[in-house]
Design a protein around this ligand. Structure first.
Ligand SMILES: Cc1cc2nc3c(=O)[nH]c(=O)nc-3n(C[C@H](O)[C@H](O)[C@H](O)COP(=O)(O)OP(=O)(O)OC[C@H]3O[C@@H](n4cnc5c(N)ncnc54)[C@H](O)[C@@H]3O)c2cc1C
Length: 399
């Protein structure tokens, strides 16, 4: 066996481990085994059923792996964002729909409550969500506005009925992970018609309210996750469902979104890493022209290039995570890391199909699933072009 690869062909140590503490590395070792033994069978069943396997949460809870990056006093594991990075990369070694669902719940639908929630909202939503007794979804994207978040049209108007101080919400959200299984949505809506940053507010909306309708969407990959179109038709919510400030907009979510970009990137690393490991193993076993195909430089160099691209991306992502921990501006580094991860995912999954030959086209090899699941990891939390836009703007180019 080669450096850092175990006898089953799994890579056990990475260049980026210099940026981790020993407890992160120890966590990876335990969690990897747990994911493969306890979660992978559920994820594979979810792929066949085309739905998120909710038993994943029971298993995560039994294993003590629910909310590892939340404080212990809230029932979390007490870990930092680097632990979250290791967690999501390892969780994405199995069909990526599962980590998509867990990430949308544990990060996107819980972190804003942790950052902005009132005591009552924390009690009613965050505490049960951290135990996975209530599942959440994050509803921002709309049919006519994704990257351009200022363009959202969903409206929340003051509800004058009975002199109340609640809200009436109308609009549609699309591509919402956990959309059909969530108990509540964290929803971004326009509280003022002008296109300006203080026109958007956040609300907590229960799925069982009158006027809420969620329908599953058919999609390329991530079959073990729920992705939905969710419509809100004159949905009435009380004043206590406003999360944060009226007009506080998405700037209130800065911490959630910038740490989210880093952790979302690690989901892509998980997919690219598995594609590389499977291809390395295949190159060492498959023979052509009386040689292992890995003995042809044309093959070996491509596997080496997969590894180099993945390790480089991981270094950037972990480095951005360290900036988050130390309170430095992580915006540029997070975008660069997420952009480089997209490059690694595209290269690794494409070459995995190519280097497995006809077998790489067969479901049985597990490679088509990686090829299908890859794009969600870089479309979510900002496409590669949006990452370049952030980087360019930080460099003074106002594109
Ligand atoms: C499986 C899946 C799950 C998702 N889950 C969620 C979820 O849980 N919650 C949620 O709110 N959203 C979710 N999304 C939505 C996702 O965040 C958006 O799809 C993404 O932000 C892109 O927005 P869009 O689809 O509207 O594409 P658009 O913004 O219309 O972009 C189309 C193309 O134009 C490019 N583009 C746009 N603007 C620029 C620019 N200024 N410069 C250069 N290029 C540009 C984009 O990069 C892209 O290539 C999910 C998406 C998928 C596929």
């Amino acid at each position: 066996m080669t450096v850092n690869m175990d006898s089953s062909g799994q890579q056990t140590g990475f260049a980026a481990d210099v940026l981790l503490e020993p407890e992160h590395i120890e966590f990876r070792r335990h969690f990897r085994r747990f994911v493969s033994e306890r979660l992978e069978p559920l994820a594979l069943q979810g792929e066949r059923d085309r739905q998120f396997p909710l038993e994943v949460y029971k298993e995560l809870s039994k294993g003590g792996f629910l909310a590892p990056d939340y404080p212990e006093e809230l029932g979390g594991g007490g870990g930092d964002i680097l632990l979250g990075c290791v967690y999501y990369e390892e969780l994405t070694r199995i069909p990526a729909g599962v980590s998509a669902g867990v990430f949308a719940h544990q990060h996107l639908a819980v972190r804003p409550l942790y950052e902005l929630g009132s005591d009552a909202q924390k009690r009613e939503y965050m505490v049960p969500a951290l135990k996975a007794e209530r599942i959440g979804a994050f509803a921002l994207t709309e049919p006519d506005a994704g990257s351009d978040v200022q363009g959202i049209k969903t409206r929340a108007r003051k509800d004058g009925a009975g002199g109340g101080d609640g809200w009436i919400i109308s609009g549609s959200k699309v591509y919402i992970t956990n959309g059909t299984i969530a108990d509540y949505y964290i929803l971004a809506a326009r509280t003022s018609p002008e296109r300006k940053s203080d026109a958007i507010s956040l609300f907590l909306v229960d799925r069982n309210l009158k006027g809420v309708d969620a329908s599953a969407l058919d999609k390329l990959g991530n079959h073990s996750s729920s992705t939905a179109l969710v419509s809100f038709n004159d949905v009435r919510v009380g004043a206590g469902q406003l999360l944060g400030e009226v007009g506080g907009g998405l700037s209130q979510l800065k911490a959630t979104l910038s740490s989210g970009r880093v952790m979302q990137a690690t989901r892509g690393l998980g997919i690219a890493q598995i594609a590389m490991e499977k291809t390395l193993k295949y190159a060492q076993e498959r023979e052509a022209f009386n040689k292992k195909i890995g003995q042809f430089q044309g093959v070996a160099f491509k596997v080496a290039e997969m590894a180099a691209r993945i390790e480089a991306a991981r270094l950037m992502v972990y480095s951005a995570a360290r900036d988050v921990i130390s309170g430095k501006d992580s915006n540029r580094g997070a975008s660069m890391g997420k952009f480089m991860t997209a490059d690694a995912v595209i290269y690794a999954t494409q070459q995995a199909v190519n280097l497995h030959g006809g077998y790489g086209y067969m479901e049985e090899s597990g490679i088509p699933r990686l090829f299908r699941d890859g794009p969600e990891s870089y479309i979510g939390e900002g496409t590669p072009e949006i990452q370049l836009r952030i980087i360019a703007r930080q460099m003074g180019m106002h594109c």
